[in-house]
Design a protein around this ligand. Structure first.
Ligand code: RM4
Ligand code: MN
Length: 395
């Protein structure tokens, strides 16, 4: 970084944006998880949603940037959601997005909201409406819908009819939303359905959201695309149309790997954050929900989440350091190499000292990973959480 006055103000601006940035954590990241081959149980994992929130609060304590937690229903079902929200507040965090789950019931073998049997569609719809009831109780504003629906074989069901069924259910759920609540529709290219997914891409999600109205927006899960997909283009398009509701951040090498965001392709994460930084929509007032959707199958979970938050912060910091005046000038002049160099200069900046400085200014430890490791919390939960049923993907 040069010492020029301009770059100093760029750095100060970046710090201001970074200080306000928040990244929502997924409750399920703290429970046991694995692949279809094996779930490796870890010691000290939470046994209920209250303990998941306690672990999430640790991530917030050391990063200062993770003040809310997304719930997954029914994995995080409790008798008293008001008590759960109060517990979150006691921990200095809050409950964020409510994620529905219509993929773990025998009835859903041929789909949920797109199922050919109206009784199954009704059951799925009731679940989605229940999720809105939970939002009312927790104060959550966002309902995130991801559907495993689809088909495995050509001819199995009517592609078009399934879209009609989907649209009907979405309309019913949309009508149930309060004024301050949103419906966020997530797409996924494939898996668990292999021939067609009913919401396979951003175009399908966008078309449904457009028809539903302003409270319906699209969620980009970074792991849900074909290899090589230009995700930042999708970001730019949805932003342009006012339909970008949020992100499920994670990394993928091959399919929906759910690895730590920024681990597989930090340059892709930077390119995504660049599109957002350019339009000034990185902060909590942007109306874009920045969430992680990850599973820590072999690494410890709390540090895995801390590292992920730091990875997002680093990509954001680099994006905020792009010299936008120089970039615009190079673009206007048709200076291909110059424009690319402006971007790469920012990407190649080591922003770790800047973030360490910011944390110190915020009263945080400059090194969140080391501070958490030294805190003794990991040892404490291993000792304390004896007995009971460890929470897991699906519980
Ligand atoms: C799905 C999708 C959803 C997530 C579930 C666990 O693939 O990404 O967002 O809630 O997995
Ligand atoms: Mn997701």
């Amino acid at each position: 970084m040069s010492d020029s006055v301009e770059s100093q103000s760029t750095v100060e601006n970046a710090k201001g944006v970074l200080a306000a940035q928040t990244i929502e954590l997924p409750s399920w990241a703290f429970g046991n998880s694995g692949t279809r081959f094996k779930v490796f149980a870890q010691h000290g994992v939470p046994r209920d949603p209250f303990e998941k929130l306690a672990d999430a609060a640790q991530v917030n304590q050391y990063t200062g940037a993770a003040g809310s937690v997304a719930l997954h229903i029914p994995w995080d079902k409790v008798d008293d959601y008001g008590a759960l929200a109060a517990h979150a507040a006691d921990l200095g965090i809050q409950i964020g997005t409510i994620n529905s789950n219509t993929f773990q019931d025998d009835d859903y073998m041929l789909g949920s909201v797109c199922h050919p049997d109206p009784a199954v569609r009704r059951k799925a719809t009731e679940h989605l409406l229940e999720c809105v009831d939970i939002m009312d109780a927790t104060g959550s504003t966002d309902l995130k819908l991801w559907f495993a629906d689809g088909t495995n074989y050509p001819g199995q069901d009517s592609i078009a009819d399934r879209q009609d069924r989907l649209a009907d259910v979405l309309a019913e759920v949309y009508a149930r939303l309060g004024d301050h609540q949103r419906l966020l529709l997530e797409y996924k290219l494939f898996e668990p359905s292999f021939y067609t997914m009913d919401v396979p891409d951003w175009g399908t999600a966008y078309a449904h959201c457009l028809k539903l109205g302003p409270k319906a927006q699209v969620v980009i899960d970074t792991g849900h695309h074909a290899p090589g997909t230009n995700i930042e283009f999708i970001v730019a398009m949805l932003l342009r149309e006012g339909k970008l509701g949020g992100f499920d951040f994670n990394s993928r090498f091959y399919a929906d790997d759910d690895l730590m965001v920024g681990s597989a392709d930090p340059f892709q994460l930077f390119r995504i954050m660049h599109e957002l930084a350019l339009r000034g929509v990185v902060g909590p007032d942007s109306g874009i929900a920045y969430m992680l959707d990850q599973c820590h199958n072999i690494e410890p979970k709390i540090p895995g989440q801390i590292r992920s938050v730091m990875n997002v912060q680093e990509a954001t910091a680099k994006a905020l350091l792009v010299d936008t005046d120089a970039l615009s000038a190079a673009q206007a002049a048709g200076d291909v190499l110059g424009a690319n160099a402006v971007l790469m200069d920012a990407y190649n900046t080591d922003v770790r000292p800047l973030l360490a400085e910011l944390r110190a200014e915020q009263g945080l430890d400059a090194d969140p990973m080391a501070a958490y490791a030294a805190s003794g919390y990991a040892e404490k939960i291993k000792a304390d959480r004896q007995g009971g049923q460890a929470a897991g993907w699906g519980a």
